[in-house]
Every structure is written in C-alpha cells, then in structure tokens.
Design a protein around this ligand. Structure first.
Ligand SMILES: NC(=O)c1ccc[n+]([C@@H]2O[C@H](COP(=O)([O-])OP(=O)(O)OC[C@H]3O[C@@H](n4cnc5c(N)ncnc54)[C@H](O)[C@@H]3O)[C@@H](O)[C@H]2O)c1
Ligand SMILES: O=C(O)[C@H](O)[C@H](O)COP(=O)(O)O
Length: 394
C-alpha cells in the first residue's frame, strides 16, 4: 500500500510505515497527480482535499481508498466528495485539544501580567464547547474562574437548559456572552452554511458591541471573525485586546491586524508534540481499521519523555507568579508571537507564517510536567492541578 503523507506529520514512518510505504510531500504541493498511484492520503489542514482534487485523481486512475487528516478541523476536506467516490475518511477529534487549552491559559496569564489584572477577577465566555471549549471550561472551573458557555448546536441536540451538562454552568446565547464577559474565547469550527453557520460569527456588529477592555481570543478558525472589522476597531479605538492564533487567508494574513493584536501567533495553539503525535496515531488506527490490518503501536511507543519532567516549588511567590512560572517552563506564547513578527519581517508574511509552523520548536503539554510543592507552597495545589499540571507534595 502506498501512503502519501504531508511532510509535517510527525512519526509517519514509525507509525504509518507499519501499514505501507510512506511517501512524503509538502502539504501545499499535494494535488491530484501526487496521489496518482496512492492508496491512502494523510494530510494536515493546509491541504485542500476538495471535489476537484478527488475527481481529477479518479480521472487519472488513482486507486485512492482512504483520506485521513491528523487534525481536529475538517473544513479543508470535502467529505461528501470522498463519500461519492467511495473513499473512506477519518479526522482526529480532540487530538490537540489539551494543547489549545494550554495556549489559552498561557496567553491569558501573560495578558494579566502585562495589563495588571487577575484572571480570578475576570469572567470568561467560551464560544463552542466541544473538545477544546469543554476542556477549557473544565480547567477554568477547576481554577475557580467564573465562566459562561455558548454552544447552540449542543443546546439543541442535548436540550441543555439553565443547568449545564456534567454540573457545568448553564449555556447562553452569544450576545449574552458579549454583554457579560471580560474575556471571549472562540473555539468554533468553520461552518459555512446552515442554522449554526460560524463564518463571521463575530461580525462587524458584534465586534462593535464588545465592551472597551474586552479580551478577544480566537483559536478556532480565522474565518469565524470578520478580520477587517476587528482591525478597524483595534486601529480606531484601540480599546480591545486581541489574541489571535487563526486568521483569514492563512498564510497570507493581514499584517496590519497581526501588528495590532497583543498576541499574534501562526496557527500553532494546537502544536504540542503530544497533540501532533495523537493526530498521527489516531489516523494510523483509522487507516489500519479501514484496510483490515492490526494497529500494534500505542501512543506510549511514540511519545518521548519530556525534556523537563519535574519542578519543585518553595514559598515566596504569589499564586499567579507560581502558575505563570510553571506554564512558561512548558509553553510561552510570547515566543510564538515574536517568531511570527520576526519571520514576517525577514521573509514576508506568507512565507514567514508557514516557516514558523514548519520549524516549530519542541513543545509538550502542561500534563507532562510534575510539580512538587514544598511547605509554604502547598496552598497552590488546587490552582496548579486545575490548570492541568500533575501536582504532589514534595
Ligand atoms: N488553533 C488551533 O491550533 C486549533 C487546534 C484545534 C482545533 N482548532 C479549531 O477549533 C475547532 C473546535 O475544536 P473542537 O475540538 O472543540 O471541536 P468539536 O467539534 O469537539 O467542538 C466544536 C463545538 O463548537 C460548537 N459550535 C458549532 N457551531 C457553533 C456556533 N455557531 N456557536 C457556538 N458553538 C458552535 C459545536 O456544537 C461543538 O460543540 C476545530 O473545528 C478547529 O477548527 C484550532
Ligand atoms: O484543526 C486542527 O487540529 C488544528 O487547527 C491544527 O493545529 C492545524 O494544524 P495544521 O494541520 O495546519 O498543521
């Protein structure tokens, strides 16, 4: 079996190589001719697997029978076209959700430090309460931070009313979150049509309705926010703080908007090694199942030990300082912001954006760091455990 795999999929030889011959191709260069004699195609989000690619591939005799994307998002894949040609499909739901939550907490902690506020005194609105938003809600709630949630499709499907699921807070509409929250985090997929379409979910009118001082964080998909309207508000009034990981027109994103965002990163919120390996592993299992082969490798076979496994804390810090210190040992979104701006200046935006992603440094998840708390630091246990670290008494 020949498996064409995006060059940025880690561990493909070790994992997918068990099932067939792996041929690497840069994601932006994958086209119909690339899969002329391939049985399977494994992509990430930058490859548009659309109806024309599939139809052309079939027209030139491609035997393609499976497409996998090692990502959560699926808006780059025409699932109907695959089904119409009898091609199996799988994505990797939830694979990098923990990494995105790490990114959100690390970014908010940096903003709190820069702007002199405490997260404990802010109310956070979460839009899209699936694998990412649900985990974010869980961690913030465990850190005793006040949250409001918005997810109309879930409300409709699960008849959630005033009482939320699993003892979580009730769900509200987006305009209530806009009115009542200090921080608004978007974790919605890109859905172009239907009653719950998310294209420009935050349109000019909703952006205008955000109260001065609001923090807007988008780690869902760039097209969920009207970037032009956001740029105008930031440039004209300068009274919002934007944290943007995803953008319209990636990789050729709006450089002026990137300059105005307090934290601007090149779509790397989910880029932990753990998250990427989970993505590869989920697709390996799905392909093995599809072709009737055993999938022998486990995640433990793929993930190396973390470079920093344990940290012991003594007294002498505030809880916020202790939390920030632990987060920055694992992940510092200021570094991602600086890399994007540096590479955009050096190579131009589109090349710099892609280059930062292709050469992303090793990053692990908060859960890989064990924190030992000595006498005097033990009161931080609930906060640090709530944020996602493994905590014990040293
Ligand atoms: N920045 C990154 O690196 C990164 C990483 C992972 C995922 N993502 C993006 O985040 C999205 C969400 O990821 P997930 O794992 O939570 O997906 P998910 O499918 O588990 O959850 C998405 C949730 O959004 C809800 N939703 C859909 N339309 C909505 C609307 N109009 N208003 C409010 N909620 C709505 C859905 O009901 C669902 O509960 C992905 O589709 C992907 O596009 C980005
Ligand atoms: O949908 C996802 O899983 C994320 O957006 C993912 O991080 C995208 O990364 P890419 O496929 O572009 O490397």
């Amino acid at each position: 079996m020949k498996i064409v795999v995006d060059a940025n999929v880690p561990a493909a030889e070790a994992c997918l190589g068990e099932l067939g011959e792996v041929v690497r191709v840069p994601g932006r260069e994958i086209e119909a001719a690339t899969v002329r004699d391939a049985d399977a195609l494994v992509v990430r989000s930058i490859t548009q697997v659309d109806a024309s690619l599939i139809a052309e591939a079939r027209a030139i005799g491609s035997p393609l029978r499976f497409v996998g994307t090692c990502t959560i998002g699926t808006d780059h894949v025409d699932e109907q076209a695959l089904a119409d040609h009898g091609i199996g499909f799988s994505s990797a739901p939830g694979c990098n959700a923990e990494a995105v939550v790490d990114y959100v907490l690390a970014s908010l902690s940096t903003l709190a430090e820069r702007q002199g506020w405490r997260l404990a005194e802010r109310r956070v609105g979460i839009v899209g309460v699936g694998n990412v938003g649900g985990r974010l809600l869980g961690r913030l709630t465990a850190m005793s931070i006040d949250c409001l949630a918005c997810d109309p499709p879930r409300v409709e499907a699960e008849s959630i009313e005033a009482e939320g699921p699993e003892g979580l807070p009730g769900f509200h509409d987006l305009d209530t979150l806009i009115d009542e929250c200090d921080v608004l985090c978007l974790h919605t997929p890109l859905v172009r049509e239907g009653p719950h379409a998310t294209h420009h979910l935050l349109d000019a009118q909703r952006i205008a309705a955000l109260a001065p001082g609001t923090v807007l964080l988008n780690a869902g998909r760039g097209d969920c926010v009207d970037g032009r309207a956001l740029r105008q508000r930031l440039a004209g009034q300068g009274d919002l703080t934007a944290v943007l990981d995803v953008w319209e027109h990636e990789p050729a994103i709006d450089a002026a908007l990137a300059d105005l965002a307090e934290i601007a990163t090149p779509h790397v919120a989910g880029y932990s090694l753990d998250g990427k390996l989970r993505g590869t592993h989920q697709i390996y299992r799905a392909l093995a199942h599809h072709v009737g082969l055993p999938a022998r490798l486990t995640m433990d076979d793929l993930a190396p030990p973390p470079p920093v496994a344990r940290l012991v804390l003594d007294s002498g810090l505030s809880p916020e300082e202790a939390l920030r210190l632990c987060m920055r040992v694992v992940h510092d979104t200021r570094r991602d912001h600086d890399s994007l701006h540096r590479e955009a200046r050096r190579q131009g935006m589109a090349k710099g954006f892609d280059d930062c992603r292709a050469r992303y440094p090793l990053r692990r998840e908060f859960a890989t760091l064990e924190i030992g708390l000595r006498e005097g630091a033990r009161e931080w246990a609930a906060l640090l455990a709530g944020a996602g670290f493994r905590v014990d008494m040293a």
